[in-house]
Write a protein that binds this ligand. Structure first.
Ligand SMILES: [Zn+2]
Length: 379
């Protein structure tokens, strides 16, 4: 993410903080400005401790995800909270459940530890429970710090357990539903509940909960819709193999062909991409863009081998369309060469996959197992 920098690395995961985060530290310091410099340092320290709790929450998600062999790219701290970037969310409901629950559980443990600390201090006579009520208007103190962090951790648990994507509660709900229902259906039901929760939250915001509540409600409402769409797309694409989707009757080129043949093909077929074949081996790919670029550069007719580029993404016919889509996006390519063992079968493009999806979603209600690669944000 832009404007963020790395401040630590834990278990191979980069911890990054967004530059705007420092505004919140300054705001925190300002809250206690009436107590002078010690007050401002206290306020800043409280925000830093709060974000330590948020970081531990994200690490809870991340470390459990790693146990399920999910790659965790990074954790980013933003003024609104933290996000863990996971390479995928396991399709196994129990694994998604453990990953989702681990974050709030960290805050439950921290809150319990603070309650224990308050209990010990009270029983030793170093602290009076009445202090906790009155400290709200008092200056910086250990008591106030404990109360502040206790409230913050309880709030983190309650907020994250709202059953709406992308909050942890939404994932927990989907995972529980997916134990009984097909994945796509579970996502649909969870998204519906999430949107209802968002509407209720928004109504509360309008009735006096405040502008921030309204903003969060709107965010949750659209995030739930997006998660539902993505869930449906993945389910459809994950249940079909690329071996069914590549173009079997594609026109191909030979190394001796020249660009005028490609132009002829483009004008007389709807095919935009052509494999240059040497016997059964693919040497490279010539796309419509390659032809246009070539025409712009050389006026003349050149061999196709001069304008072709290598087909970098190599996929197996058994791979699902969703895996292929992911490989393409990882390597920023809109084309993949499909193989069966060492045998080249044909090309598949991002447009082919989009077209396949458009057709399949009407005929498909199957559920797929196995996790699917993607970029997932866990808050
Ligand atoms: Zn979380």
């Amino acid at each position: 993410m832009r404007w963020s920098f790395k401040f630590a690395r834990v278990a191979g995961i980069d911890l990054r903080v967004h530059i705007t985060f420092f505004l919140i530290v300054i705001l925190g310091a300002g809250q206690f400005a009436r107590f002078g410099t010690p007050g401002m340092l206290f306020g800043a320290a409280m925000i830093l401790l709060l974000f330590l709790c948020v970081t531990l929450h994200e690490l809870g998600h991340a470390l459990v995800a790693q146990r399920f062999h999910v790659e965790v790219k990074e954790i980013i701290l933003l003024p609104i909270g933290g996000v863990a970037m996971l390479s995928r969310i396991p399709r196994k409901p129990s694994q998604e459940l453990f990953i989702a629950i681990a974050g709030p559980l960290v805050n439950v443990v921290i809150a319990a530890a603070i309650i224990l600390g308050i209990g010990v201090n009270t029983s030793l006579g170093r602290m009076n429970l009445n202090d906790l009520v009155t400290t709200a208007h008092a200056g910086p103190s250990t008591f106030l710090a404990m109360k502040y962090l206790l409230d913050a951790n309880v709030a983190l648990v309650l907020f994250n357990l709202i059953p709406a994507f992308p909050l942890d509660g939404g994932r927990i709900l989907r995972a529980l539903l997916a134990m009984r229902l097909p994945y796509a259906r579970a996502t649909q039901v969870a998204a519906g509940i999430g949107q209802t929760a968002a509407i209720l939250l928004g109504m509360w915001g309008l009735m006096g909960g405040g502008i921030l509540v309204i903003v969060v409600a709107v965010f949750i409402f659209f995030a739930a819709g997006a998660e539902n769409m993505e869930g449906q797309t993945r389910t459809v694409l994950a249940s079909h193999r690329v071996g069914e989707a590549y173009n079997r009757h594609a026109l191909t080129l030979s190394p001796n062909d020249r660009i005028d043949r490609v132009i002829h093909y483009i004008l007389n077929s709807y095919q935009p991409d052509f494999a240059v074949m040497d016997g059964h081996d693919i040497l490279g790919v010539v796309t419509r863009e390659d032809v246009i670029r070539s025409l712009a550069q050389h006026a003349g007719d050149v061999p196709v081998t001069q304008v072709m580029h290598p087909a970098v993404v190599r996929v197996h016919a058994d791979q699902t369309l969703d895996q292929v889509r992911q490989s393409m996006s990882e390597q920023s390519s809109r084309l993949a060469a499909v193989y069966e063992g060492d045998r080249y079968l044909g090309l598949v493009s991002a447009e082919d996959i989009a077209e396949a999806f458009a057709l399949l979603k009407f005929f498909d209600n199957t559920s797929a197992d196995g996790s699917v690669e993607g970029k997932e944000i866990v808050v």
